[in-house]
Design a protein around this ligand. Structure first.
Ligand code: FE2
Length: 272
């Protein structure tokens, strides 16, 4: 997508940009069908890996850490009862699919081309944009978990920070079903923490880089219609609240970094 100077200016000012009508209904439908097929083929009895970003204390296991070049399903925390059994049907129990749909699945490759994530990243100043991670996020009705305030550069760090998030709404995202929230201009603050591999039994941990908490008084809901694209600067504080509604709130995100920036070997996601 060719961005106007006005759009680029808004992204640089606010740290995010909403672009409506980027993906048509036909492709949206195919992406949803493809995700449903992947979930259908997933056997939750073999893997009990929960993904939760609720309390900022992200749990890591080998299944997660080895998913950088794979297509894997992660369960919603509230989908598991105390006995370890699913409390909802499998199709409503998934938190996300990660983390290489952009690289390994045709429908999602097509989306990258149609939307032009790499081209937009170049227009925003990345010299050698590279898609390195993708997630299909379900945030299922009633049990879709909260994602606490964070900066994407915490998880996809480069020196200097270059990561840009491209977030596509596959359903209308509203306050009711748990849309994104952001702090306009918040990308001008420093990186608060970095998630890294410890190469010991902890597997991964956070390095605290700042003791100043996120300033979220001006938090703004990003309510968007299905097919919209939201661009997120890597230092922008953003979050989403739980989905307690009966509505789906599916989304798909791709993260792009500048291949010319230094990518530390202890980032959780190893580049192939
Ligand atoms: Fe994020």
């Amino acid at each position: 997508m060719l961005m106007s100077p006005e759009q680029i200016g808004r992204f640089l000012r606010d740290g995010y940009l909403v672009c409506p009508d980027v993906v048509g209904e036909d492709l949206l439908g195919r992406l949803k069908d493809r995700a449903a097929q992947i979930v259908d083929a997933f056997d939750p009895d073999q893997v009990r890996s929960v993904f939760s970003a609720r309390d900022g204390d992200q749990h890591a296991d080998q299944y997660f850490l080895e998913s950088g070049q794979a297509i894997r399903c992660f369960l919603e925390q509230e989908a598991l009862g105390p006995d370890g059994q699913l409390t909802v049907p499998k199709a409503q129990a998934i938190n996300k699919i990660g983390h290489a749909l952009h690289d390994r699945d045709e429908a999602f490759q097509e989306l990258s081309e149609v939307a032009g994530f790499v081209s937009m990243a170049r227009q925003l100043g990345l010299a050698r944009p590279r898609e390195i991670q993708s997630m299909y996020i379900f945030k299922p009705p009633r049990i879709g978990g909260e994602v606490c305030w964070h900066q994407d550069a915490t998880f996809l760090y480069t020196d200097p920070v270059t990561v840009i998030g491209f977030w596509i709404a596959l359903d209308d995202a509203t306050i009711e079903n748990g849309c994104l929230w952001a702090v306009p201009g918040g990308h001008r603050s420093e990186l608060k923490r970095r998630y890294f591999r410890t190469f010991d039994e902890r597997l991964a941990d956070f390095e605290e880089l700042s003791d100043t908490p996120f300033e979220t008084a001006s938090e703004t809901p990003l309510e968007v219609s299905a097919g919209s694209l939201v661009l997120l600067h890597g230092l922008l504080p953003h979050a989403s609240k739980p989905n307690r509604s009966g509505l789906t709130r599916e989304a798909y995100s791709v993260h792009v970094i500048d291949g010319d920036a230094h990518y530390p070997a202890d980032n959780w996601l190893s580049l192939a």
